[in-house]
Design a protein around this ligand. Structure first.
Ligand code: DX5
Ligand code: ZN
Length: 224
């Protein structure tokens, strides 16, 4: 138990979501993340089909990569994600996550990501049970739990997520794995400590970081 707690402490990672950045001053916002204690850049890719919104695509990820000094965590909210794995890897993705709900052959997709040399993760919408990952967990570098319905920044955190984190943490421990748990949507300085305590390793934060008066301080608070 002690060892588990130490590991959890080491894994308090923050991934600011650039969806909430100021696109007219993207360079400035990337620079802020570079200088902060944040760990990854979270890039939200929306196709207007899987989710009711369109965000940005490959050219912007390429541009972000040129300035980002930390890994790019690319969250694909798109149908047929396999078709785009290689393109996003080439654009600079270090981690690629795709939705369980948008995929038919998850095992094949995960192997594809591994052969491309990127970290592989599966994303679950709020309604999708973590138990569905039981037989694929050992192949995953991370699981991203959506704590809002995907598609937009600035939504309200869904409280049920805590129970999902705890259950998934138990599954990971039972199988003796190192799979990371990432949480995305409505994360702020108030719920961040509770999410880490429940067993999350990585927290994505959009509005809470970029709309705050002092983003660097907010990131620091989230990690502390
Ligand atoms: C939602 C995206 C999130 C979003 C989070 O579909 O996946 O990454 O940018 O934004 P906040 O933290 O504002 O809820
Ligand atoms: Zn996201």
């Amino acid at each position: 138990m002690q060892i588990i707690k130490i590991i959890l402490k080491m894994n308090k990672l923050i991934a600011p979501s650039l969806l909430s950045a100021d696109f007219l001053h993207l360079s400035r916002d990337i620079d802020m993340v570079n200088k902060s204690q944040a760990d990854w850049f979270h890039c939200d890719i929306m196709d207007g089909v899987f989710v009711p919104n369109i965000s940005y695509g490959i050219p912007l990820v390429q541009a972000i990569k040129k300035e980002a000094l930390k890994p790019l965590d690319v969250h694909l909210m798109i149908v047929e994600p396999d078709r785009y794995f290689e393109k996003f890897r080439d654009a600079g993705a270090d981690i690629i996550t795709f939705h369980y709900e948008a995929s038919t052959h998850i095992h094949r997709s995960v192997q594809m990501l591994k052969s491309l040399g990127v970290k592989a993760g599966v994303v679950l919408n709020p309604h999708t049970s973590v138990t569905l990952l039981e037989d694929i967990l050992g192949d995953l570098d991370l699981v991203l739990l959506m704590s809002v319905n995907p598609g937009f920044g600035g939504q309200k955190f869904i409280e049920r997520t805590y129970a999902k984190i705890e259950k998934l943490r138990q599954m990971i421990e039972n199988q003796g794995l190192k799979t990371l748990i990432e949480v995305d949507g409505g994360v702020n300085t108030e719920n961040a400590p509770k999410l880490f305590a429940a067993g999350a390793d990585v927290l994505v934060a959009g509005n809470a970081v970029f709309k705050s008066e002092d983003p660097i301080k907010t990131i620091e608070l989230m990690k502390s």
